[in-house]
Every structure is written in C-alpha cells, then in structure tokens.
Design a protein around this ligand. Structure first.
Ligand code: 4AD
Length: 503
C-alpha cells in the first residue's frame, strides 16, 4: 500500500459513502464473534474500523485480530456514518497492511502512577490526555505569535547564555563559559528593552530557565515565556495590551480546540466568559481582601466543599473495592482498577487541600503589607474571581530592581501580575521599567548587582530614554489554566522539574 492515498481521520466525515485509506496506530481493539472492532488513532482523531471474517482473507483477519495496542497499520475500507464511532464515521475494512505489530505495550488502559508515566513520557505522549494538552499548547503558541505579529510587534531573539541576571539571583543556573561565569537566561527582557528602543514594539519567545527551589505544581526549571516590550506606554496601556492578548489566546483555543477541551473535561462555559475588562486590584486592596472577613469566609466555605467531596470519593472507593473482590471479565476489572487509581489520586489531592486550608487561612489573616504575595495568597484571590485579576503596585522592596517607582507613591512600583481565575494563580508578570539613569543605578546597587555587568543596560537610560514597559506570560501555566490541568509538568512535552529530569 502506498502512503500517498492516505486520508487523515479528521477529514473522513466528508467522505461518507466512499472508500478511503487511513494509517495509524491501534488505540484499542475488541472482538465480537466474527467481527473485530479496532479503533485507530492517527494524530488527528480516532476512527472505529471493522474487520469482518469472510470479507477479508482468513490470514489477514487473524493478523488484525491479534494486533496489540499501538501496533501500526494502514487500512482501506468503505466509510459509513455511525454515531457510536468516536468521529461519527466507521470504516469497514476491505484491505489492510500491518506495518509493525506490537505486543505488551507498557502503558495499558488501566492507569499508572505519575512516576511511571513520566519515566515513559516518550510513550505517554500518545495518550489521549497528553495529545489533547499538546494540541491546546500548539494553539496557544500560534495565538501568541499571531497576536503580536498582527499588532505591529517585531520578533527579537534574545540570548540564552547571558552574564546578566534579570530576576532573582537565587534562581540562576550557573554555566562555565570557557572559564567565565555565565548563566542560562531567566528572561529576555533586558535585551528586549534595547530592541524596543530600536523598533518601538518587540517581543521575544523562547525557553527560560529558573533554578527554582520550589517544588510546586506551578514551577518548572525550564519553561517557555513570551515577552512583549513597548516604548512610549504606561501601566494602563500594558494592562489593556495584556487583557486583549489573553482574550485572543482564550478565543483561539475555544474556536480550534473544543474537542480537546471536551476530552480534558475543561470548563468551557467558564472559559467563554473570559473577556475584557478583567478585574483590577492594587496590591494594597488585595492585602485588604486577604486579611479581611471575606477571604476567611471564602476559605471556610471551601473547606466545607472539600470535606463533602472527600466523603463522596471515599464512599465511591469503598464501593469499587467491594466490587473488585467479586469475579468479573478482565475489561471490567481493568476499568475498576483505572477508576480506583483516579479516585485515590483525587483523594490524596483533597486531603492535601484540607490540610493546607487552615495554614493558608492563617497566612492570609496575618499577611503583612510589604511582603510579596505567595502562591497560597494568589490562589485565594484567584479562587474568589471568575475572570482573571490584575494586581498592580506592589511594594518596591518585594520586587525586581528594574521596576519603575510609582511617581505618586514611592513605596510602590508600577508593576502588575495577572492572576488566572479558579485557583490557577499567576500567569503574567510585568511592569513599567525604571527609565531614569540615577534611580536605576541606585536600584542596581541596592540589589548588590555589579553595575559593570549592567553598563549597556544603563546606557539605554543615557541615550533617548523613554517610558517603556512589558510583561512575560508563561506558556505552561496558561495551558494548565485553559485545560484545567492541575500540574504544569503535564503542559510541556518533556518537563524539567526541581532535581528531576526523567527522560
Ligand atoms: O513574573 P516573572 O518572573 O517575570 C519576568 O520574568 C519578567 N522579566 C517578564 C517581563 O516583564 N518581560 O515571570 C513571568 C511569567 C510568570 O507569570 C509565569 O507565568 C512564568 O513566567 N513563570 C514560570 N512558569 C513556570 N515555571 C516557573 N518556574 C516560572 N517562573 C515564572
């Protein structure tokens, strides 16, 4: 069989009544007497194919019948509409070419622990969930590029190896560069500022490295960040740019990835409400919310919801465990085992949240003005809102050296974080940049940075300095929010986490 006649599965619904060939992998297979049903996946969708004894040479029928999960093959057959088939089309096989029969594929439909799956990431990428997440990620990245390209931004590639620290020195990955100390980039921003004074509106997009000490579901050591930088702007201008940008990403995902969002059981209705204007709070207002009655009441209600869900999950686990002790068909036993792994995972997560709830309540109640907002503080604010929330004007002492001091209140800087709703936390960090030479030099010294390393950066404040600013959006956190995936390690194909690189 030549492969030039192959149709992709997502085009089959327009070919009902015709003959077509598809090529892919066995997603699952079951037999019903003289009929073998095999669901084939080809990267664009799933198609149920039917092999009927008598319609095919006996030898071929037997081969098809014994194909294991993930065997590769090409099949030709007649297409007919069938509501029970995953894509609404069923293919009645008239010919087949087995390309690579496979036995004992390690990832079976019964669930596996996360450690096992991460060690088998090269295969787990084929799973339905990983497939759907990576398709959404693709749309997010495409939307990012389109948004900036359509709005007059020039792409500038900033270096990955750099002598300057853009963010906290504690999260630098050191590198011995021919005997000279360098590190991997934490942000392209400083270089982008130079380019913004050439082009006006620029962006960079690439891998970013942080030797994070935090082992949380929101931190990776290698992640992808897109950063725009704009000359002649102000803080309200940056907020407006951010909300239009995020809106475009959400709209594109809703338009192009509905099927994937359904597979992931993401809350489509909630995403449909994500339209500007987003909420705007100052840091001081956010602190008032955290330390006030509303947050405590919210946390108490949340605790009640968690406990009630925990009861339900425990009850279901007991029921399934009782069923497990009875004899049953293998597929049913596998289904129950898979469900139990899911439920036990959810139970562990619920127990963790129940344990954290009073800790977070105490941290919020005792929050002191001046500290940076922590992950739990962001989660509380984020859970209390149905749309993203901008938090602006953080205390100067809690933020990076380059952020512009607020002319009306020198205790705070002109910066913002954008917090995604429903507990997903920060997806964007941005600010106006200090554009005054003397003030910036002071800040570099206050942060114990070596001014020699920043002489070129300071130069930008010597020659035609202008008000300018920008922000960075983390791709994985955005994908996690849109797909409802709790852990961002699932939102990058090959994750790198604290102390742990699997493959
Ligand atoms: O707030 P951050 O640190 O901002 C900057 O790096 C600025 N220089 C950006 C700029 O103004 N040009 O990071 C921006 C975003 C965060 O909101 C988050 O989405 C993501 O980058 N991020 C991480 N994502 C995954 N793992 C980590 N360890 C991350 N650290 C930041």
């Amino acid at each position: 069989m030549a492969f030039d006649n192959i149709s992709s599965i997502d085009t089959l619904s327009s070919k009902i009544g015709q003959s077509a060939s598809i090529a892919g992998w066995v997603y699952n297979s079951r037999s019903s007497g003289k009929i073998q049903f095999i669901v084939i996946r080809d990267g664009t969708g799933l198609c149920q194919c039917v092999a009927e004894k008598g319609r095919l040479p006996d030898e071929l029928f037997e081969q098809i019948k014994h194909l294991g999960q993930e065997s590769s093959l090409a099949v030709t057959g007649d297409l007919r509409a069938d509501e029970r088939s995953p894509g609404g089309v069923e293919l009645a096989i008239t010919d087949a070419q087995i390309i690579h029969p496979t036995a004992d594929y390690p990832i079976t439909p019964k669930s596996h622990g996360i450690d096992f799956l991460l060690r088998h990431r090269h295969l787990h990428l084929r799973s339905r969930r990983q497939w759907a997440i990576n398709r959404v990620r693709h749309t997010v990245i495409d939307a990012v590029r389109r948004f900036f390209n359509d709005n007059g931004f020039t792409l500038i590639d900033t270096p990955i190896i750099t002598p300057v620290a853009g963010e906290e020195a504690a999260s630098l990955f050191e590198l011995d560069y021919y005997g000279q100390a360098m590190h991997l980039t934490q942000t392209g921003q400083l270089y982008l500022e130079a380019a913004a004074l050439s082009h006006g509106k620029v962006y960079c997009f690439g891998p970013t490295f942080r030797a994070e000490k935090s082992k949380t579901r929101r931190h990776l050591t290698e992640f992808w960040m897109v950063e725009p930088e704009v000359a002649f702007t102000d803080l309200p201008g940056l907020l407006e740019l951010s909300e239009n940008f995020v809106w475009r990403i959400v709209a594109d995902v809703l338009e192009k990835n509905r099927a994937e969002l359904e597979i992931l059981e993401a809350d489509i209705e909630v995403l449909e409400k994500i339209k500007p204007p987003f909420y705007r709070l100052t840091y001081t207002e956010a602190v008032d919310i955290l330390t006030g009655d509303k947050a405590q009441q919210f946390l108490a209600e949340q605790l009640a919801r968690l406990n009630s869900r925990k009861d339900q999950v425990e009850k279901k686990i007991t029921e399934l465990e009782a069923q497990q002790s009875q004899s049953m068909k293998k597929w049913k036993a596998d289904k129950i085992a898979a469900e139990l792994i899911e439920l036990r995972g959810e139970l562990a997560e619920l127990e963790q949240k129940i344990e954290n709830n009073p800790v977070h309540a105490k941290l919020a109640a005792e929050f002191q003005w001046g500290k940076d907002l922590g992950g739990s503080d962001e989660t509380i604010i984020s859970s209390m809102h149905d749309k993203p929330v901008f938090i602006t004007h953080y205390p100067r002492q809690a933020k990076a050296f380059y952020m512009k001091k607020c002319p009306e209140n020198e205790q705070v800087v002109e910066n913002f974080d954008l917090i995604a709703p429903a507990g997903f936390g920060e997806i964007i960090g941005g600010s106006m940049r200090e554009d005054d030479y003397e003030t910036l030099l002071e800040r570099i010294n206050e942060h114990s940075l070596n001014p020699d390393n920043y002489s070129w950066y300071l130069d930008l404040r010597k020659y035609g300095s202008v008000p300018h600013g920008g922000f960075g959006l983390g791709i994985e956190r955005t994908v996690a929010w849109l797909t409802g995936e709790r852990h961002i390690r699932q939102c990058i194909p090959f994750p790198r986490m604290l102390d742990k690189v699997y493959i």
